[in-house]
Design a protein around this ligand. Structure first.
Ligand SMILES: NC(=O)c1ccc[n+]([C@@H]2O[C@H](COP(=O)([O-])OP(=O)(O)OC[C@H]3O[C@@H](n4cnc5c(N)ncnc54)[C@H](OP(=O)(O)O)[C@@H]3O)[C@@H](O)[C@H]2O)c1
Length: 251
């Protein structure tokens, strides 16, 4: 992905990976618009980083997605990168009844949100000479963390969705790339920020920007740390990967 002179919308960037990536891409001279539900954070970020675009959006709400997409495209007609970043991760207990409502919320945010966002922006992206959709999956798309079944499943779905729409969009000028973070120290899950196994956020973003700059044709953005999870099956050590992953987990 070329990261020079792009106009990038990242719904799900009031904190964590989305915000850090937004600021790094802005530092590189791109125009960046961030979205999320927490208006106080949007205001703080706008005040601390003049020129950054901010929009309030709940990506579980189809009406808001349609309205926000129209206004973002009207305000930033050069928009040529969409990063559907918003995601939630929750521990679940599938050994007894009562998990379905929570699972539905995870699917709504992590899978339906990106689907609806791409639907809302695809015609505009295709109208640009060159555009990019950067999906956000996870190392957990490739090896299951026991405590988060629905999260893992949504991220596996994002992986195959990315692979599939890349085929459909080939030749249209819209590239599809997939960001595959390993565990990164954010507030995605309680305790994650201080987890010994999570990669420091700054290190992760530095490595991501380096990959984007040095491998502009990469379709999967993989920092070194994620390859343990990503390639277990291909290496033939999947069972070891699954047990190491779950043995390390504090939940
Ligand atoms: N950290 C990791 O270890 C890791 C690993 C692999 C993949 N990822 C993925 O990276 C992405 C970012 O996660 P993070 O680690 O940076 O966690 P985070 O700090 O909790 O960030 C999540 C972001 O998503 C936004 N969001 C959540 N639900 C939303 C909704 N309904 N509408 C709009 N925005 C919503 C949040 O903003 P508001 O609350 O303001 O709406 C926040 O900006 C997620 O997709 C996550 O699955 C993270």
């Amino acid at each position: 992905m070329n990261i020079n002179g792009r106009t990038i919308f990242i719904p799900g960037a009031t904190s964590g990976i989305g915000l850090a990536l937004a600021l790094a891409l802005r530092e590189k001279g791109n125009t960046v618009i961030i979205g999320g539900r927490r208006t106080e954070l949007l205001e703080q970020i706008a005040a601390a980083h003049p020129g950054i675009g901010t929009v309030r959006i709940d990506t579980t709400d189809q009406d808001q997605i349609s309205t926000v997409a129209k206004s973002v495209i009207a305000r930033w007609p050069e928009l040529d990168v969409l990063v559907p970043m918003a995601g939630i991760m929750r521990a679940e207990d599938w050994t007894r009844s009562g998990f379905a409502a929570g699972a539905e919320q995870i699917v709504e945010t992590n899978l339906l949100g990106p689907i609806r966002l791409v639907d809302a922006f695809i015609d505009h992206l295709r109208s640009r000479p060159r555009a990019t959709i950067m999906t956000v999956s996870s190392g957990l798309a490739f090896a299951p963390l026991k405590v988060t079944p629905t999260y893992n499943a949504t991220k596996a779905a994002i992986h195959l969705l990315s692979e599939s729409i890349r085929l459909q969009l080939a030749g249209t000028g819209v590239d599809v790339i997939e960001l595959e973070p390993p565990a990164v120290a954010t507030d995605l899950m309680p305790g994650q920020r201080d987890s010994a196994v999570a990669m420091p956020l700054d290190d992760f973003i530095t490595e991501v920007i380096e990959i984007l700059e040095t491998q502009p044709d990469a379709t999967e953005i993989q920092v070194e740390r994620v390859k343990f999870l990503r390639y277990g099956e291909a290496r033939g050590d999947y069972d070891t990967v699954v047990s190491v992953l779950n043995d390390q987990d504090p939940h």
